[in-house]
Design a protein around this ligand. Structure first.
Ligand code: FBP
Length: 552
């Protein structure tokens, strides 16, 4: 492998562990906390998880290690979208397992959860692991989105574990994957399989957080990477003074990524899906509010600006969601084939008009034609519109242009409006982890090994007090069932980890709300620059503005 100088330097970086895990394995003891309850629907969750529900919260502390001496064979999988730091979770897990007992083994199952079912694996050794320390990506074993959720899969996984003598599985994933980790843990316990399951909280989207999990890993690096790019664009916009940049940022559903980038870069506009839903805003209202900023800035001679659009925005627009639901109905069954067979767009448009309600058609007709067509191009395996593929940055810039043209005719807008479009997502998911993510991930993995060693099952590796220096971080574990409630999914009640949306009364949003009117008119851009790995702590070890505000 050809290595860049930064890659070589990062191999030499020693991730910082929480103070309480630094004493050496023999000096890590467990402090049992109070029994736990699920965040809602306690009776139902308890009935579904009779063997793993209600367990105690635990923290580690300095003290004599009282865990049983036993050889551990651990399997690890990466699940879902890439997030910076995944390699370090595995490195931390490996190092702790070897420090506990050099005979311990770590299996990496390839390609995500399917690797476990298909028994496709590697056994890690020092040489293998060392090539991935402090690097981005999930290429060490790959990832995948297969869900581990059926009894049949669990039975196969039990056999695979038996075959290799596996004593524990670590699942590195988001809310869905960790929900499934809890179900698998319960299955193992109920079947006395002798296998523990420990989860680690991953996702750049930042929506796996709650009163126990302060943030998912990868959010820090991904948002810093996007913020660097947005800051660079802001500086370009402020230099050329001729473009409005519409920048969509990843985050499938919640707007945490957009909000964090806005706090870092102070753009003129940042849409927050959760607010759009709460205020029941229409597409035209959103476009009009952006046009207001364009108009006011133009009046001050500034025909440029930056607008951040969260990837999941359109699903939060009530009228748009209703339209999508009608389109899904319209093309259900073999209607898609009938639609696709129509000779041209005007024939297709007639088909659409005849099938949509008047209100849905009103929304459909304000969309630019390329977006209208997109809605009928890409379908998911269930035949539904893939909302995440809609180019919402182009949708809003086109609608703003239409609105400004009207204002021009009315004589209220006399400026210029020329738009550029960007989508940042994959640019950040595999970046070299920031020092924060490198330290946090390594600690999560190390901590997961301690949870395994102490015999816990169905726990999420928990490292908290993250806005403080790593020395003061608190390591421990939380039963996953504590984070669960019952939600309706695909027509069925399911126990799931509650997804964290942006809280409109939370401090990060409140800070944004208090400043955005000024940012919309002034040029208040900040240019965060690239992630720094070496240099002063106040530059290199900073965590997100979101976490800093939440913990302030
Ligand atoms: P996870 O929730 O699995 O971590 O993935 C998050 C994410 O990066 C979203 O931000 C994005 O919408 C999605 O993955 C894209 O994934 P894919 O490329 O597989 O469609």
């Amino acid at each position: 492998m050809n290595l860049s100088p930064l890659n070589k330097a990062r191999y030499g970086y020693s991730p910082k562990l929480p103070g309480m895990l630094r004493n050496g394995i023999a000096d890590i003891s467990v402090k049992e906390g109070a029994p736990t309850q699920s965040v809602a629907d306690q009776e139902k969750i308890k009935a579904l998880f009779p063997n793993t529900y209600g367990k105690n919260e635990i923290t580690f502390e300095k003290g004599t290690n009282t865990s049983a001496v036993k050889k551990q064979v651990v399997g690890v999988i990466l699940s879902g979208g890439q997030a910076p730091g995944g390699h370090n979770v595995i490195c931390g897990l490996y190092d702790a397992l070897k420090a506990i007992n050099p005979e311990n083994e770590l299996y990496g199952f390839k390609g995500g959860p399917s690797g476990l079912v298909e028994d496709d694996y590697v056994v890690f050794d020092d040489e293998f692991i060392n090539a991935y320390r402090n690097t981005g990506g999930f290429d060490i074993i790959g990832s995948g989105r297969t869900k581990l959720e059926t009894e049949e899969q669990f039975a196969i996984v039990t056999e695979v574990c038996k075959k290799h003598g596996i004593t524990a599985i670590t699942i590195i994933g988001g809310d869905d994957s960790n929900t499934n980790a809890a179900v698998l843990a319960e299955y193992f316990a109920a079947h006395e399989a002798g296998v523990q399951v420990i989860g680690c909280p991953k996702t750049i989207d930042g929506d796996l957080k709650n009163e126990d999990i302060e943030c998912s890993f990868g959010f820090d690096t991904a948002t810093k990477t996007f913020s660097e790019l947005i800051g660079n664009i802001e500086r370009d916009a402020n230099s050329a003074k001729k473009y409005w940049h519409f920048i969509k940022v990843m985050g499938r559903s919640a707007s945490h990524v957009a909000l964090e980038c806005a706090l870092e870069t102070q753009p003129n506009i940042c849409l927050i899906g959760e607010e759009v839903a709460a205020k029941n805003m229409s597409l035209s209202e959103i476009a009009s509010s952006i046009a207001d900023s364009v108009e006011k800035r133009a009046a001050n001679g500034m025909n440029f600006g930056v607008a951040i659009i969260p990837e999941g925005i359109v699903e939060f627009v009530p009228e748009f969601s209703a339209l999508i639901a009608e389109i899904n109905e319209l093309l259900a069954g073999n209607k898609t084939e009938e639609f696709n067979a129509l000779p041209n767009w005007s024939a297709k448009l007639a088909f659409i008009k005849s099938g949509l309600s008047e209100s849905a058609m009103d929304v459909f007709s304000v969309l630019p034609q390329n977006i209208q067509q997109q809605l009928f191009l890409e379908r998911d395996p269930h035949g539904n519109v893939q909302v995440s593929l809609i180019e919402s940055e182009k949708l809003f810039s086109a609608m703003v242009k239409t609105e400004l043209d009207k204002r021009k005719k009315a004589g209220t807008f006399t400026g210029k409006f020329s738009a550029q479009h960007h989508f940042f997502g994959y640019e950040g998911r595999c970046a070299f982890p920031s020092n924060f993510d490198a330290d946090y991930c390594y600690s999560l993995g190390y901590n997961a090994a301690m949870l395994i060693q102490y015999g816990f099952n169905g726990y999420l590796s928990k490292v908290s007090n993250l806005s403080k220096p790593a020395e003061e971080w608190v390591a421990g574990g939380m039963p996953i069932t504590k984070m669960m409630n019952i939600e309706r999914r695909n027509g069925k009640d399911k126990p799931v980890i509650r997804k964290a949306l942006v809280e409109l009364d939370g401090k990060p949003f409140k800070f944004f709300e208090a400043n955005r009117e000024a940012w919309a008119v002034e040029t208040a851009f900040t240019y965060p620059g690239a992630i720094q790995y070496y240099g002063p702590t106040e530059v290199c070890d900073l965590t997100t503005r979101t976490l800093a505000l939440e913990k302030a």
